[in-house]
Unconditional design. Structure first.
Lengths: 86, 613
């Protein structure tokens, strides 16, 4: 059954890894790209300077997509270990 | 609700109900546009827009009245993810987001975008670290989680204190915003507008608690997003910026960057005494899309974004929205929808700021004012109107008769409110924008007031003072508290102590200082103990508040540019150290608590706390 200790630990291991992956992506688009905004502004995307674009739109779009993907992935993990809701 | 449907219940019919509602609102908008053509006055249109929408919210509030505990606290846990997403977006987007954000970008340029990034990125933390687990826990309030996970009344009280401090700081700003908008739209004094706004807010939440707030917030989201998007699309199309402005304003950004050196943005400074002549107004002195060079500027950007993100994930009025979904899975999906709905407004705000700026600066456009003669500019209707209430000012400091960038002053808030007039759009658009701003401020105030009143009635009154209280008594206490806190908030707001934005940023910093690590580690670190959690909350909030006081009033030089808007960084760091150190010094939590944490980590199974507790 799904609720024995080893299963739970394996489930939590995978859940934690997924969380870390998503926080790394989050860190990149929340902080890293904006740290280099002056350099990124020298290149352009859709005629936007990229440093400005990322802060006004790019990072935001990444967060939205990321959250839908996360919900799907976590759901798959829950199903794999039989701990999803019915 | 009291409706009867031909097939299915209320929840199954939600898309139909809100579809009809949206159609009805658009029809009302069209009707107002026709009335305007027939010669109805601008003031009447403004009054009709604001009062019509408030009456609708009040009707929804009335229909959602309830005397059941789980309906009052968590809307019966049956709100579908998409609708909860809309409600959260309205809960989240405050008067500041709606009214002040585009103006902030207009005046502050790239540096201000830290708010835009921060107020969206926080949802990644909400989804990965918090929302699904709190939903599984089955709590009614955030202190309910802290109090049960760590145990003990003192823990619960500490969480209530942090919650009240953060939310109350925030709610005064929202009541202030409703007062400002009501005062302008209805032509009443600000002090009366504040109480009028409060009345609207209370009607939405008093009778039905979370259930009423949920369904009014969905309605308010629809109004506010329509009100934000229509003017931008209209302006963009009529001024030739393209049909989908959010993707096509790159050229406008380039054009501004080209114009800035020519007209002296950043090089021409306003006369030293302008601040005393025009209180609250600012001249444009910051470059639009060019970030400040150097590590200090980069550091200031990321620390501000970090405060807003971590604050987002600690603010109880947001977290409690995810207690209302039918399942853990639905809570996760709902966070994604929330951010999607928020994104619609937040990626439009920079576009709006860019278009408005270009219209004022570009000498090739008929709407421009920079470089024109004072006589011409003073003849423009919207300039006259906003000058008469002290929100715009021009003054010929160098005496050459030409308006220069450092001789034109405005209040950031008017960028959203006055843009329709700047672009020469009909007044019906301004009425729509006023209704949208009102919806944004009211929905946030509702969520905040409910968070405070629920924490006091459930955690303080029921869990600590009178655990034997019967349902009826509990819900009456909850309503009395709601009323009392609302009245107190309106009283404080009428004193006009801080600007809208300062108070909002502080609320985030208070919440992250006291609540973030006790919440996260409550799920993710079994070793976190009661003493650790108390230390984390008390020391985090204490150090954060001390730092705020020292930097803002005590004359201390901020550490590494961490000014009063960023004090949460200091508070949350202290909180983390305190909770880890004290937890390791105390005995590890008992087997029962550890088993409870294990149970929170998997979606399957009953909630930790019963559906009615």
């Amino acid at each position: 059954m799904a609720t024995d200790t080893a299963q739970r630990e394996a489930h939590w291991q995978k859940t934690r890894n997924l969380m870390i992956i998503h926080l790394v992506i989050w860190f990149t688009f929340a902080f890293l790209v904006h740290w280099f905004a002056p350099q990124l502004n020298k290149i352009s995307f859709l005629n936007f300077p990229v440093g400005f674009y990322m802060a006004a739109q790019g990072s935001l779009a990444v967060f939205v997509i990321q959250l839908f993907v996360f919900a799907k992935q976590q759901d798959n993990i829950d199903k794999e270990f039989g701990v999803a809701e019915d | 609700m009291a409706f009867k449907f031909k097939s299915g219940g209320f929840i199954e019919n939600l898309p139909k109900i809100y579809g009809l509602y949206t159609g009805g609102f658009l029809a009302f908008f069209a009707l107002m546009a026709i009335f305007e053509q027939m010669g109805m006055g601008a003031d009447t249109i403004g009054i009709l827009f604001v009062s019509f929408t408030i009456v609708i919210y009040a009707v929804i509030g009335w229909l959602s009245r309830t005397m059941q505990v789980d309906a009052y606290y968590v809307a019966g846990r049956q709100v579908p993810p998409v609708f909860n997403g809309m409600a959260t977006a309205a809960d989240w987007m405050s008067g500041a987001s709606f009214v002040a954000m585009a103006g902030g970008i207009f005046l502050g340029g790239h540096a201000y975008l830290a708010f835009v990034v921060g107020w969206t990125g926080g949802y990644v933390l909400v989804a990965t670290l918090m929302a699904p687990y709190l939903r599984k826990f089955g709590c009614y309030t955030v202190p309910d989680f802290i109090g049960t996970r760590y145990g003990g009344n003192l823990t619960r009280i500490c969480a209530v204190i942090v919650l009240v401090l953060a939310s109350f700081t925030y709610v005064t700003a929202q009541i202030n915003a409703t007062g400002t908008i009501a005062a302008r739209a209805l032509n009443i004094p600000f002090e009366v507008g504040v109480w009028f706004g409060l009345l609207g807010i209370l009607i939405c939440s008093m009778l039905g608690g979370m259930r009423a707030v949920t369904w009014t917030q969905v309605a308010q989201y629809i109004v506010l997003i329509i009100a934000y998007l229509i003017p931008v699309f209209w302006m963009s199309n009529s001024q030739g910026f393209g049909i989908f402005p959010q993707l096509m304003y790159g050229d406008a950004v380039q054009r501004i960057m080209e114009l800035e050196p020519q007209i002296g943005v950043g090089t021409l400074k306003p006369a030293a005494d302008f601040a005393t002549q025009f209180p609250g107004l600012k001249a444009l002195t910051t470059l639009h899309a060019t970030p400040g060079e150097g590590p200090l500027n980069a550091f200031r950007f990321v620390t501000l974004a970090a405060c807003m993100m971590i604050g987002t994930a600690s603010l109880p009025h947001i977290l409690m929205r995810y207690f209302t979904t039918p399942s853990v899975r639905a809570a996760r999906v709902s966070v994604a929808y929330s951010l999607g709905f928020i994104f619609l407004l937040y990626f439009t705000a920079p576009a709006l700021a860019t278009f408005t700026k270009l219209q004022l600066l570009d000498p090739n456009l008929s709407t421009s004012i920079i470089g024109k003669s004072f006589a011409d500019v003073e003849a423009i209707t919207w300039i006259q109107k906003w000058m008469s209430i002290g929100m715009v000012a021009i003054k010929d400091f160098n005496g050459d008769g030409i308006v220069q960038i450092n001789e034109f002053f405005l209040r950031g808030d008017i960028v959203v409110l006055a843009t329709p007039e700047m672009a020469g759009l009909p007044y019906v658009i301004s009425g729509l924008v006023a209704a949208g701003g009102m919806a944004a401020a009211m929905s946030t105030a509702d969520g905040l007031l409910l968070a405070i009143a629920n924490a006091l009635s459930h955690d303080l009154y029921y869990k600590i003072i009178d655990p034997q209280a019967e349902t009826r008594k509990r819900l009456i206490v909850a309503r009395v508290l709601l009323f009392a806190i609302g009245a107190l908030g309106a009283f404080v707001a009428s004193l006009k102590l801080t600007g809208i934005l300062g108070a909002v940023a502080w609320a985030f910093c208070f919440a992250m200082s006291g609540l973030f690590f006790p919440l996260v580690l409550g799920v993710w670190w079994k070793r976190a103990t009661r003493a650790g959690a108390i230390a984390g909350m008390v020391i985090g909030l204490g150090v954060g508040t001390w730092y705020l006081y020292m930097v803002k009033w005590g004359g201390m030089v901020p550490w590494y540019g961490l000014d009063h808007l960023r004090f949460g960084i200091v508070g949350a760091t202290a909180s983390l150290i305190a909770i880890v150190v004290v937890s390791l010094m105390t005995e590890e939590p008992d087997a029962e608590t550890q088993a409870m944490v294990d149970e929170v980590r998997i979606p399957r199974g009953e909630t930790i706390l019963g559906s009615s507790h």
